[in-house]
Design a protein around this ligand. Structure first.
Ligand code: COA
Length: 153
């Protein structure tokens, strides 16, 4: 089965809200958060990855000039480790480049090794730490940055 990318649409919000609770627990985005994110298009750009019309992942970007910010990237629990994350990250980098950005920034939990490795292999470097940013648990946030001219995406 092939994974396809399409633009995230309003009717997807219910599914995404449920997935957020599984994937991000205390940091899950609520339906109103999704509504305001979609209302902020075209500055915000969101995609969903589907397989046989079922959502298997999603990602979003804020394009606001020289620096683009990755807002979110996630793959449904049963579909992780199959390359969907790579596909979504490639899409984010292509969108950032297309918007004219020179660099991409993101924030990741220090204890999220799978995500940190994915970003590092795509050319992201750890540039700053926000101590105890994620609560509960006081988990550090790592700010990572990739220069688009240096990346291989
Ligand atoms: C982080 C995430 C988006 C990666 O998506 P994915 O589809 O699982 O990743 P991929 O299959 O494209 O694999 C990416 C890399 O991670 C590795 N990987 C994936 N799952 C892994 C696991 N459970 N353990 C170890 N390595 C793993 C893959 O081998 C691959 O390595 P490679 O670059 O050497 O080929 C996904 O795991 C996820 O949604 N996690 C929960 C939400 C989250 O943490 N989002 C990021 C917030 S900053």
């Amino acid at each position: 089965m092939t994974v396809e990318l399409r633009e995230l649409q309003w009717p997807d919000i219910e599914v995404l809200t449920a997935l957020e609770e599984q994937l991000f627990e205390h940091d899950a985005w609520s339906a109103p958060s999704w509504w305001s994110e979609l209302a902020a298009r075209p500055r915000r750009r969101y995609t969903v990855a589907t397989e046989a019309d079922t959502i298997v992942g999603y990602a979003g970007l804020d394009c606001a000039g020289a620096t683009a910010d990755i807002m979110t990237i996630a793959v449904t629990p049963g579909q992780q480790g199959r390359g969907v994350g790579h596909t979504l990250l490639d899409w984010l980098m292509a969108q950032a480049r297309e918007s004219g950005a020179e660099a991409v920034l993101l924030e990741v939990r220090a204890d999220n090794e799978v995500a940190r490795n994915l970003y590092a292999r795509a050319g992201f470097e750890h540039i700053r730490t926000r101590r105890g940013y994620y609560r509960p648990g006081n988990v550090d946030a790592h700010i990572m940055r990739a220069h688009l001219e240096d990346s291989h995406a």
